[in-house]
Design a protein around this ligand. Structure first.
Ligand SMILES: Nc1ncnc2c1ncn2[C@@H]1O[C@H](COP(=O)(O)OP(=O)(O)O)[C@@H](O)[C@H]1O
Ligand SMILES: [Mg+2]
Length: 378
């Protein structure tokens, strides 16, 4: 007999977070993995935090905040996708805003409350996406959620935002501010309401001083903001905490994606270090574009009688590139195998195709054999 708690846990989805440097094939690998899982009969949701529009188009998925079914063309499996639209980061905005006020900017960046909020704002898109995932996972019966992260080596840090925000908003500071706003009588009041509550609030020394320094409208706006936040606080904390549990709970695994380049290698090692700091370990390493698949055109062109010398030369260059890709991947496998000895490596080839859906389909067929390696350990 299983307890209710075990039943609940069994219904929680497995989560695979794909992270890696820019352009290594995270989005492609994530889509291929999700497709492979769905074909294996697992109800799967793919979440692309940084949607490649071509891929969204290829999968027939609109870039919206809605979960959309992806037609699979095979019976049994169920694949859904969530591709919310990314926004500009708060940090860039602040840099522009404070361009001529470096001292004020430095002070602001040292402010503890600001730092938590700004970190979250830098990952505000991820946060929104993860809250959408949390909501979708409590509504839909997904067995596996594959999360494709943004093209940045800092992208993995977003996994900590939900927990930190849940702690901040669940903590005393926001409750205190919300209470203050309520006492001031500004939370949820109608536009016509007289500012009697605010005047009463202004009587207190600290609050009166604040009002003098910043003007009553700003105080009113701040109080109103925190008052309104107070209204949705429990919901926000619950949703954000659920996102944190999904990302950092025992049913989450991290797949690091790399390509055989020095930059991708450094990114993977950096991310492995970040994960270790979070008390997590990479579940697997996907070495993408590691091997060149057979190129039918090479032989055909070489054997061709009337092929001009310039084309032959170009083919030689391509061949050279294909071989060196393989040996670079071999060297990288050995190197990463030494540095991350407990992390299994899954090699995926360079696919000779241009259409994203063809690349995803080819890689997905290859991933069928590696699902157990990539999913969180049972
Ligand atoms: N194994 C592969 N073979 C051929 N092309 C690939 C492969 N992996 C990725 N690509 C292509 O490389 C480009 C970048 O891949 P993408 O998945 O968008 O990278 P990322 O999400 O890491 O930025 C895309 O055009 C994609 O189709
Ligand atoms: Mg991508």
């Amino acid at each position: 007999m299983t307890s209710g708690r075990e039943d609940a846990r069994a219904r929680e989805p497995l989560v695979v977070v794909c992270a890696g440097g820019g352009g290594v094939g995270k989005t492609t690998t994530s889509a291929a993995l999700a497709l492979s899982l769905a074909r294996a009969g697992r109800s799967t949701l793919i979440v692309t935090i940084d949607p490649a529009r071509r891929l969204a188009g290829a999968m027939g998925v609109p870039i919206t905040d809605e979960v959309t079914r992806v037609p699979l063309g095979v019976a049994g499996g169920r694949l859904s996708a969530l591709m919310p639209d990314p926004r500009r980061s708060m940090r860039t905005f602040m840099d522009q805003l404070f361009e001529e006020q470096p001292a004020a900017k430095a002070r602001l960046f040292e402010n503890r409350l600001y730092r938590v909020l700004a970190d979250a704002a830098a990952g505000v898109h991820e946060l929104v996406a993860m809250n959408l995932v949390a909501r979708a996972s409590s509504q839909g019966a997904f067995e596996v959620i594959v999360i494709d992260t943004a093209p940045s080596r800092h992208a993995i840090d977003f996994v900590t935002y939900p927990g930190r925000l849940a702690a901040l908003f669940g903590g005393r500071a926001v409750g205190w501010l919300a209470g203050l706003a309520q006492r001031a009588g500004v939370a949820g009041e109608s536009e016509e309401a007289p500012p009697s509550g605010l005047l009463a609030w202004g009587a207190s020394r600290v609050e009166g001083l604040l009002a003098r320094v910043t003007g009553p409208n700003l105080v009113r706006d701040m109080a109103s903001l925190f008052g309104d936040l107070g209204l949705v606080r429990e919901r926000f904390v619950a949703l954000t905490q659920r996102a944190a549990d999904l990302l950092l709970g025992p049913r989450a695994a991290y797949a690091l994606v790399a390509a055989p380049t020095a930059a991708a290698r450094d990114d993977v090692l950096y991310l492995a270090g970040r994960l270790e700091k979070l008390g997590r370990r990479a579940r697997a390493l996907v070495l993408n574009r590691a091997d060149a698949g057979p190129a039918a055109y090479t032989d055909a062109l070489r054997r061709g009688v009337s092929v001009p010398a310039s084309i032959r030369e170009a083919v030689d260059v391509l061949e050279e590139e294909r071989t060196s890709r393989g040996s670079a991947a071999d060297a990288l496998s050995v190197d990463l195998g030494k540095r991350l000895p407990r992390v299994p490596i899954v090699r995926l080839p360079q696919v000779d195709a241009i259409a994203p859906e063809a690349i995803v389909a080819a890689l997905s067929a290859l991933l069928d054999a590696h699902l157990a390696t990539l999913l969180p350990a049972p």
